[in-house]
Design a protein. Structure first.
Lengths: 276, 139
């Protein structure tokens, strides 16, 4: 019973944190379950994938109601994300995921430092309201009390990033928000708040395939997944509301720290070094 | 809606939300609202099943083996009135949410005659289905 409450607390913290910056929370939940609560890695990954879907659903509700989610952009990126995830899942057995983790971790350290230094792409609102384009968006920034209008730039590069993010998600069994959020902010010129909301929406679809595969194979342990999902659902609801009240720069800082921690973890894992 | 109307609409909604008075207005219900209603319903159903299952497991003293859940075993577990069956259905509802909301988006975009985005939703659903079929065949 105590174990289940602790698992739910881990899910709650992962949900709060993940939903604030557009991640699924798996990067926090999986290590905590395995390192501190002695949950087998397969059960932890399966619970993490289900948690990503729960985070995505729970946080998307708040973001959708406030008009932060860019549905057209989400649908456009989802096509390449799911295709990449399927390809990554199929190719997973043939590739050296350790080497891939190390390379990817190195790249992500650079991305996290770049974001932390505040050298993110400038979001320039179009002069004309009609210049938002097919995928552009508008939302009301509750923190600054003004309207934010943005046009999506460099779509082909963004789609390519989505394909790579999906492939890595399929290979490593993670949600993919750690790559789609920086891609949307740095490459496509989407404001952090809208990027986090849109990424939250997309994460569920990316994680869905992997989670179903784990379920079919009987690897989803309800004793772990159920408390995680219950904790995550409540945490994500809270996190998505908190995200509306904090500064965009704080969100970017939190994301940068999370990316850095994930990158170090991936490199250590690729080198065969366990934290414990 | 013109871009100007869209901006004013979201500003009004955000203002209402900030004061905790988010509710249906006289305007045409936007796609985002319909979608959030679907997701709240699905999440509510899933959480009710999971919470109900957890409470049942607690009442029965936690003697059931919760680790033997598969799609193939689910009908038998439900027929036998086992808690694992209820938890399994709850988890399946969670897993189904992304596909359901993509299907809702497909219909919504098609009704608005935004064929490009409707087609993209169809592609997402097709790839998800391919993934599930691949998983089933591998199993």
């Amino acid at each position: 019973m105590v174990q289940m409450v602790l698992i739910a607390v881990v899910g709650f913290v992962g949900g709060v944190f993940g939903s604030m910056v557009g991640l699924g929370g798996g990067i926090f939940i999986i290590p905590c379950l395995t390192l501190f609560l002695d949950i087998p890695i397969h059960s932890a990954i399966a619970a993490g994938l289900v948690a990503v879907i729960a985070t995505s659903t729970s946080s998307s509700v708040a973001y959708l109601r406030r008009g932060l989610t860019n549905l057209r952009l989400a649908v456009s990126l989802e096509t390449v994300l799911v295709a990449g995830a399927l390809a990554g899942g199929l190719l997973g057995a043939a590739l050296d995921t350790g080497a891939l983790s190390a390379i990817f971790g190195g790249v992500m350290i650079g991305v996290s430092l770049y974001m932390a230094m505040g050298r993110r792409a400038q979001v320039l609102p179009p002069r004309e309201e009609s210049a938002l384009g097919l995928l552009g968006g508008v939302y009301h920034d509750q923190h600054h009390q003004h309207l934010v209008r943005y046009r999506v730039r460099r779509l082909p590069v963004g789609l390519l990033s989505g394909l790579i993010a999906g492939g890595i998600s399929g290979l490593l069994g993670v949600g993919g928000g750690f790559m789609t959020v920086p891609a949307m902010v740095l490459i496509m010129g989407v404001p952090m708040r809208a990027a986090a909301a849109t990424s939250s929406m997309m994460l569920g679809v990316t994680a869905c395939g992997g989670a179903v595969a784990y379920f079919i194979r009987g690897l989803v342990d309800p004793g772990v997944a159920v408390p995680v999902v219950l904790g995550v659902a409540v945490g994500a609801l809270l996190g998505s509301r908190l995200a509306l009240r904090v500064r965009q720069s704080v969100l970017i800082g939190v994301l940068a720290v999370a990316l850095f921690a994930l990158s170090v973890q991936m490199i250590l894992s690729a080198a065969g070094i366990r934290v414990r | 809606m013109t871009p100007r109307q869209r901006i004013l609409f979201w500003k009004r909604r955000a203002d209402q939300a900030g004061r905790g008075r988010l509710r249906d207005g006289s305007e045409e219900a936007p796609l985002e609202r319909k979608l959030s209603v679907v997701m709240v319903a699905a999440l509510g159903l899933a959480l009710a099943l999971l919470l109900g299952g957890a409470v049942l497991a607690g009442l029965r003293g936690g003697g059931e083996d919760l680790s033997r859940i598969t799609i193939q075993a689910l009908p038998h577990l439900l027929a036998g009135g086992e808690v694992t069956g209820v938890l399994g259905v709850g988890l399946l509802v969670v897993l189904a949410v992304p596909a359901v909301r993509t299907a809702v988006l497909l219909v919504a975009f098609a009704l608005r005659r935004e064929w490009l985005f409707a087609a993209l939703c169809a592609v997402v659903l097709a790839v998800l289905a391919a993934g599930v079929l691949t998983g089933l065949r591998a199993w």
